[in-house]
Design a protein around this ligand. Structure first.
Ligand SMILES: *[C@@H]1O[C@H](CO)[C@@H](O)[C@H](O)[C@H]1NC(C)=O
Length: 498
């Protein structure tokens, strides 16, 4: 039967089922600049502005989680720095991403102009992935072309034939906003900042309040700005003496001959066949062992998987996860003999653990417990975990637990972990009697056993995991959400203060 509605429905369903290989993470109207291998040079590498570039893949869970925060960054840095993203899953971008040394998604790199145009300084951003932290880090990297001038230096600064702009300020630092203005007018207007304490310099232009912006056109009387402390308005005011530099630069008369290096349009034959090999599929890209970059062909080793720790006794389990002050723990229960599903589950966690350790990011600890061990003698029954392999997250401090449901694939487990980090999804209340209340005697006796245990048996955990466990992980979980109000406040500060 060829009912047109049926056909349409079928077609829509078929389209929806297609892998969204070419659908980027960011909508057309997103404040995030969307790059490709061909536009990176012009929009980022040759810019006078500092940029942050996210290398992502649309299917990656962490990339999806970052998206709202990253769009916030773009809004908060609007006019101050460039916030851009490139879809490394897009066929034509794969080689470029690989040449940029991208080994996992998302990768964030801060790119700022170096001494030579088109040769930017590129640094990895490995800090917290919150809008506030990223915005601050990028703002701090905005090149500073603002001259700090003292009373003694004022006459010298005012010499020369270019127009000048001076911000009189009671601050000892130069704001991102003023630095961005100096970048707009590079080689057009010399921009300076003078501290309120410089009495003679303050008197020179009869400055009465701080901040005050003065424009000194060539051979004309100075003009005091009295508009809003808003980037657009200030740029308009300064433009009366010269146009800001267009960014990107307009094309030169001679057709811009793309240089082979740093371009990855794919047209050029590479001498090294490895260089041509694109990131093959999700799995290989995600494993952070993707294709070699141009510079590091020789030493790109596959990072060895850092296995998760195991717990075998009730006491260990209690100490790590079930005390009243314990933060989130992730536990996977498997049969002691190897099973396909058990191996898959532990493998997924080890994989994710490796990723976090390599990117020096903190996450709650993961533990493996076999069903036959003493550590599994009460908890699985109390939580009614009947499946052969069960994965649960448990937070004794807040009294909740939740169970993973899925096929134990890397991606599915990672999505679940992300949801926990973001405080999304429903939680179950921990049944009574699971969380261990520290009593006077219990505390001292556990301290005693601690001391003897330390001597008696070696630590079970691997180095890397131990490091993660020691850290206070609370910022990585539910509380992330609660920080947003604070972030909003900080964004305003970046943008508005001069
Ligand atoms: C960068 O600054 C120089 C002056 O140093 C200017 O000539 C050029 O047009 C600027 N380029 C862009 C892309 O803004």
């Amino acid at each position: 039967m060829h009912n047109p509605t049926t056909v349409l429905v079928t077609l829509t369903a078929a389209l929806a089922a297609l892998p969204a290989a070419h659908a980027g993470l960011y909508a057309k109207n997103s404040p995030v600049i969307q790059l490709n291998a061909a536009t990176y040079d012009k929009l980022i590498a040759k810019s006078n502005y500092t940029s942050i570039v996210e290398f992502y893949a649309p299917w990656c869970g962490h990339c999806k989680n970052l998206q709202p925060a990253y769009e916030k960054v773009a809004k908060s840095l609007d006019g101050l720095a460039k916030v851009a993203a490139i879809d490394c899953d897009e066929e034509s971008n794969k080689q470029f991403c690989s040449m940029q040394g991208v080994k996992g998604f998302p990768s964030l790199k801060i790119v700022r102009p170096g001494k030579k145009s088109g040769r930017p300084v590129v640094e990895d951003y490995n800090g917290e992935r919150t809008a506030a932290a990223i915005s601050q880090a990028v703002a701090a990297k905005i090149n500073n072309h603002v001259t700090r001038v003292t009373s003694n230096e004022l006459a010298g600064f005012l010499e020369g034939d270019k127009p000048k702009a001076i911000l009189y300020s009671n601050k000892g630092t130069t704001s991102p906003l003023l630095r961005s203005i100096a970048i707009d007018f590079l080689d057009v207007i010399s921009v300076a900042q003078i501290r309120d304490k410089e009495a003679a310099a303050v008197k020179h232009f009869n400055i009465e309040k701080f901040p005050t912006l003065v424009l000194i056109p060539e051979g004309k009387d100075p003009i005091i700005y009295d508009g809003a402390m808003d980037k657009k308005e200030i740029v308009k005011f300064l433009s009366q003496v010269g146009e800001p530099n267009p960014d990107p630069a307009p094309p030169k008369k001679k057709a811009d001959q793309p240089k082979a290096k740093g371009k990855a349009t794919g047209e050029k034959k590479s001498k090294n066949p490895k260089e041509e090999k694109p990131v093959e599929d999700k799995a290989s890209a995600e494993s952070e062992s993707s294709t070699s970059s141009a510079e590091t062909t020789a030493d790109t080793a596959i990072p060895s998987i850092i296995p998760i720790a195991s717990l075998s006794t009730q006491e260990e389990l209690a100490k790590e996860c079930l005390e009243r002050k314990s933060h989130t723990c992730l536990l996977v229960f498997t049969p002691s003999e190897e099973t396909e599903i058990g191996t898959k589950a532990v493998g997924a966690l080890s994989h994710i653990n490796t990723k976090y350790v390599h990117s020096k990011r903190r996450l709650f600890p993961f533990f493996h417990i076999t069903r036959e061990s003493e550590a599994a003698s009460t908890l699985p029954r109390a939580l009614q975990l009947s499946a052969e392999v069960s994965m649960v997250a448990i937070n004794s401090r807040r009294g909740w637990w939740r169970q993973y449901e899925g096929d134990f694939s890397h991606q599915s487990v990672e999505n679940w972990i992300d949801a926990i980090r973001m405080g999304e999804g429903s939680k179950n209340k921990l049944p009574a009697g699971i969380v261990i209340e520290p009593t006077e005697t219990a505390a001292s006796s556990s301290e005693a056993t601690e001391a003897t245990k330390a001597e008696a048996e070696p630590e079970v955990e691997t180095e890397a995991v131990k490091e993660e466990t020691v850290e206070d992980v609370k910022e990585e979980t539910v509380e992330d959400v609660e920080e947003e109000a604070v972030e909003e406040e900080e964004e305003k500060i970046i943008h508005e203060e001069l």
